[in-house]
Design a protein around this ligand. Sequence first.
Ligand code: SAM
Ligand code: SF4
Length: 462
Amino acid sequence: MINQNVSEFDSELIKKYDVSGPRYTSYPTAKEFRADFSEKDYKHYLLQSNQDAKNLSLYFHLPFCDTICFFCACNKIATKDRTKVSPYLSRLLAEIELQSALIDSDRKVEQLHWGGGTPTFFSHEEMRSLMAKTKQCFNFLDNDEGEYSIEIDPREANAETIHVLREIGFNRISMGVQDFNEKVQKAVNRHQSIAETENIIKASREANFKSVSLDLIYGLPFQTADGFHDTLKKIINLDPDRISLFNYAHLPKLFKPQRRINETDLPSLSEKLAILQNSVEYLNEHGYVFIGMDHFAKEHDEMVLAQQKGLLHRNFQGYSTHADCDMISMGVTSIGKIGPIYSQNEHLMDDYIRKIDDGQLAIKKGLILTQDDLLRRDVIHQLMCHFSIDFSVIEKKYKIDFKQYFSQALESFLPMIDDDLLSINSSCIEISPKGRFLIRNIVMNFDKYMKQAPEGTFSKAI
Ligand SMILES: C[S@@+](CC[C@H](N)C(=O)[O-])C[C@H]1O[C@@H](n2cnc3c(N)ncnc32)[C@H](O)[C@@H]1O
Ligand code: SF4
């Protein structure tokens, strides 16, 4: 059992280890996916997964946004034209039929997530119709025990929307806030009042959502430690169950709208560290526990309890309390994970539509994981979720000698051991309280592909 209140912020060490790295929502990361992975490969593994018959996690990508936030690194399509939804929805419904036809109908949907973009860009009727088709083709848990979640932009929803979402089956909700400071909001083109956010949270409570989570970003233009502290005070008053505090990933080569952010307006590294340190301390004082990479939750939240019991998992949505499911993903750019494979759908809407209209799945690329990939993924995710790893568990599962297999990685930890980020003994690795904020830098030592990544591929840890 781990003690969550033992994360210790050391700004000098964080500065020292501030290098770019992936967030490991998948391992290997999406940049390793291969174009020669075909629809035939996908179908083969999907059909084969019926033998293990793991429960299912369904992901739907709803990419539209009314206005673009300049910082955004998500796969989105900015448009004011609401008629664009209908043709996309009809392809999603067709894709549900194509995929579900290959999956045993008794496999339970344990998780469901609508991500974006902004899922509530869809009208209430469009959302109802998407969920109705999903429930018609897949086997949902009927006791509200599934983890059925949606990402909301409070500017793109009202109280009625929230009640519709609860009625069609969602029970967890996360919403973007980023920062309440007006100067920051103006610089990133996202104007969102506290009242708008508060109304949506209130409606979520009334509708009996099991968990309300808010997204914040630090590192945005004009942010200061004092200004962000004001935002955090307002956030605490809103009383969310969970908080995601993301480090702004500034990769203007990859995300065009970020070129509209003036780099000279970004906070310095020391200001960012001050923001992060103050935020971590303030959140702890107010009863939020650091789960791991960017995530905080109230002491009695199921995520904290799952972590204490060693039952936390990591997937494309971050951390999850539900065991390893096969993830079936639908919609443009969406990423799936089934058995030993990852797959990704077409990136461009026209290509996605063309393939679905041809009666094909919209697979663009993917990866068949080797035994070594599976092993490393397990180690990386175990460390990210529980800050320790017991060699014997991995040795038994993968028939290896841990210390021998990872001798290079273990050697590369020596400077980190000297800096008290972790300790290694004969049976396990333990991440220290100081190391917890640098977990991605630590696990990068287990990433076989890391050294080959060109500069600008991943964001910095801080
Ligand atoms: C798909 S968006 C959230 C849903 C909704 N569209 C909204 O904006 O409220 C998911 C979250 O990703 C985070 N995000 C987006 N771009 C980011 C970036 N460049 N760096 C760090 N976090 C980012 C934001 O906190 C955002 O709320
Ligand atoms: S942060 Fe949300 S609303 Fe803003 S552009 Fe990204 S997906 Fe759209």
